[in-house]
Design a binder for this molecule. Structure first.
Ligand SMILES: [Zn+2]
Length: 230
């Protein structure tokens, strides 16, 4: 029974990720009647081809008309994102769900276009309201001001600064530092592998937030079950 509930959550999660991606891609021209098509031959995709995760494997990762190789990133993002949403729900952390959804939309938007629409920040409002008494206002202001000053000298996007400040606002300082450290490590790895110098940082911050969240959740879990730590 429990397994089927989580399976359902997982499927819904994969559909949610796919939907958030469409929003980030099409905003502000979101059309509910828009049909997905192949990027090369523009053929409208059949219903089974747009099933999150599985659709990719049904067509063996290729467009069935023009044999264009489809991006493996799509099913991977849907799988990882959905798994992460499942863990959030398993942890009963509904409070953070709106914030995580905002992060996912922002990272797709940053990934596609290199900028984000400020209206997307509104998605995190439920989390901010629910956590209101426990917000870390002073650290968030300090993070914002120091990064803002740094951005005068180094190329640092305003969106990146705002997202980092939001992470500092909602989570404790330890969580924030861990997240930034992981995100920067990913960028350094990218730099050493591909000599890439400029980064769209929000996707890295989102992945790093997910990893840090899992590390911290495991720590809390380990504390409530001391057996795990021995
Ligand atoms: Zn095609």
């Amino acid at each position: 029974m429990i397994i089927s509930v989580y399976l359902l959550v997982f499927i819904l999660g994969a559909c949610t990720i796919s939907f958030l991606k469409v929003i980030a891609h099409d905003y502000p021209q979101i059309s509910l009647t828009r049909r997905s098509h192949c990027d090369r031959c523009f053929r409208i995709l059949r219903w089974y081809e747009i099933i999150p995760i599985i659709g990719y494997f049904i067509v063996h990762g290729k467009c069935s008309s023009c044999k264009n190789q489809l991006d493996f990133e799509n099913p991977l993002q849907e799988f990882v994102g959905s798994l992460f949403l499942c863990i959030t729900i398993y942890q009963n952390d509904w409070i953070y769900l709106p914030f995580f959804i905002m992060l996912i939309v922002l990272s797709f938007s940053d990934y596609f276009y290199g900028y984000v629409y400020p209206i997307f920040y509104l998605l995190s409002l439920p989390t901010i309201i629910m956590l209101f008494p426990q917000l870390h206002l002073l650290p968030a202001i300090l993070i914002y001001l120091s990064l803002f000053l740094l951005s005068k000298r180094y190329s640092l996007g305003l969106g990146d600064i705002e997202v980092m400040s939001l992470i500092g606002l909602l989570f404790e300082t330890n969580f924030f530092l861990n997240t930034v450290l992981i995100a920067c490590t990913f960028c350094l790895l990218q730099y050493s592998l591909h000599k890439k110098r400029s980064f769209r940082f929000i996707p890295y911050l989102t992945i790093a937030t997910g990893i840090t969240y899992m590390i911290f959740s495991f720590k809390i879990l380990a504390k409530s079950f001391p057996v795990l730590t021995n």
